[in-house]
Write a protein that binds this ligand. Structure first.
Ligand code: DAH
Length: 356
C-alpha cells in the first residue's frame, strides 16, 4: 500500500477516535460516512493496492469496534439490550455476547403482515388485531358450529386450564375466524350509514398438528370480512384476485373448488397456479400445478344473525389465509419451520441493509 493510501486511512482513524469522546451512541461511529467511503474506495484501486488497503480498513474497523465495546463495558449505563435476540448458548463459559437492541430487524412474517394490511387499507378495509386466548363461543358457537358438531375436530388446538362461564376451557384460537363476530358487531353501525363492513383481522393461530415442511403448530393468518347489501361471490373473487396481484406484483391464475366450512354457505377453496413450477406440476404442489391458498365463502346467515345483522337485508363474504404460506410462495421458501427456527442466516435474507 502506498504512502498516500496509508495517510488516507490515518486521517479517517483520527476522525473516528475524535468522535469516540463526543457522540452518545458510540455504535453510530461504525456507520460513519468516512469509514463507509474507505470501503467504497477499495474497488476503485489498482489490484496491487487493493488487498493491503482492504486489510488496513478492516483492521481500523476492528480497532474502533473494540474501543467502542470496552468504552461501553466501562460505562455504568449500559445500552438497551434485546432479550429476545439470539446468543451463543453453546459458549456457556464465556460472557454471552448479547446483541444491542438496535441490531435487530423486523421479522419477515411481521413485514408481510404489515404489507397485507396496507394493501387492504388501500382497498378501504379497516384492521382489527386478533387475540391469542379465546372462548368457545367465539371459536365455535358464533360461527355456526353447534355443540358436538363433528367439524369442531378440524380445529383441535391448545386448551387452557381456566374455563368460561359455561365451563368450557378457554383455548388458543385455531383460526382468525374467532374475530368475525367481534368485528361484525364493532362495525355494524357502518351498515346503518349505508357503508359496508370491511375489516381485516390478522393474528397468530395455533393447531394440534403433526409438524412438517408445510405444517406448524403456531402460524399466522389474516381473516377478511365484507358485508353490505347485494354482495355476491363475484365480489369475493374480485377482491381476492386484486389483493393477490398487488401482493405478488404479477398476474395470478386461480381456480376455486367447492368446500365445506360451517360458517360460510357456499364455501370455496381458492387456489393459485403453483409459482414453483409454472403449473407444470412439482413436489410442492403435489404434481397438480395448483396450491390451495385461501378458504372462503359467503358468510352463513346464522353467523350474521349471531352478530345482530339481518341476513335478509345484508350479505357478506369472508376468507382466511395463512401468512406463512403466502410468504413461502413469494420467496420460494420450502420449509415453513424456518420462520421460527431463529436461524440468523435465514432471517438476514429479509433485512437488506439491516445489521442483524
Ligand atoms: N377459518 C378457516 C381455516 O382456518 C379459513 C376460512 C374459511 C376462513 C372460510 C373464512 C372463511 O373466513 O369464510 O381453516
Amino acid at each position: 500500500m502506498n504512502d498516500e493510501l496509508t495517510a488516507e486511512i490515518a486521517k479517517v482513524r483520527e476522525q473516528l477516535l475524535g468522535q469516540l469522546n463526543q457522540v452518545q451512541n458510540k455504535r453510530e461511529i461504525l456507520r460513519s460516512p468516512s469509514l463507509k467511503s474507505l470501503y467504497s474506495r477499495i474497488s476503485t484501486l489498482d489490484p496491487q493496492q487493493r488487498a493491503g488497503f482492504g486489510q488496513a480498513v478492516n483492521a481500523l474497523k476492528n480497532e474502533i469496534e473494540k474501543l467502542i465495546q470496552s468504552d461501553i463495558s466501562n460505562t455504568a449505563e449500559l445500552p438497551p439490550i434485546d432479550i429476545t435476540a439470539p446468543f451463543g448458548s453453546d459458549k456457556a463459559s464465556e460472557r454471552f455476547g448479547l446483541l444491542t437492541a438496535d441490531s435487530g430487524s423486523i421479522h419477515p412474517l411481521m413485514r408481510e403482515q404489515d404489507l397485507i394490511c396496507e394493501i387492504f387499507s388501500n382497498m378501504g378495509f379497516s384492521t382489527m388485531e386478533s387475540r391469542e386466548i379465546d372462548d368457545d363461543w367465539h371459536m365455535f358457537g358464533s360461527l355456526n358450529f353447534p355443540e358436538g358438531h363433528p367439524a369442531r375436530d378440524d380445529y383441535d388446538t391448545f386448551n387452557i386450564v381456566q374455563t368460561d362461564e359455561q365451563g368450557h376451557p378457554l383455548l388458543s384460537p385455531a383460526h382468525t375466524s374467532t374475530m368475525q363476530n367481534r368485528a361484525l358487531q364493532a362495525y355494524q353501525d357502518e351498515l346503518k350509514h349505508g357503508r359496508p363492513i370491511a375489516v381485516i383481522l390478522p393474528g397468530r393461530v395455533f393447531r394440534h398438528e403433526d409438524v412438517d415442511v408445510r405444517h406448524e403448530h403456531t402460524f399466522y393468518q389474516f381473516e377478511g370480512i365484507y358485508v353490505a347489501e347485494g354482495v355476491t361471490i363475484g365480489n369475493l373473487i374480485a377482491t381476492l384476485v386484486s389483493f393477490l396481484e398487488s401482493y405478488y406484483q404479477k398476474n395470478v391464475s386461480f381456480s376455486t373448488q367447492p368446500f365445506y366450512f360451517p360458517f360460510t354457505e357456499p364455501s370455496l377453496e381458492f387456489s393459485i397456479g403453483c409459482p414453483f413450477c409454472d403449473q407444470q406440476g412439482c413436489h410442492i404442489c403435489s404434481g397438480s400445478g395448483w396450491i390451495e391458498l385461501i378458504g372462503c365463502g359467503m358468510i352463513h346467515p346464522n353467523v350474521l344473525k349471531a352478530a345482530g345483522i339481518d341476513p335478509n337485508k345484508y350479505q357478506g363474504f369472508a376468507w382466511g389465509c395463512g401468512i406463512d404460506r403466502l410468504a413461502m410462495m413469494k420467496y420460494g421458501i420450502e420449509d415453513v419451520r424456518l420462520f421460527k427456527s431463529g436461524r440468523l442466516e435465514f432471517l438476514r435474507q429479509f433485512s437488506p441493509g439491516g445489521n442483524l
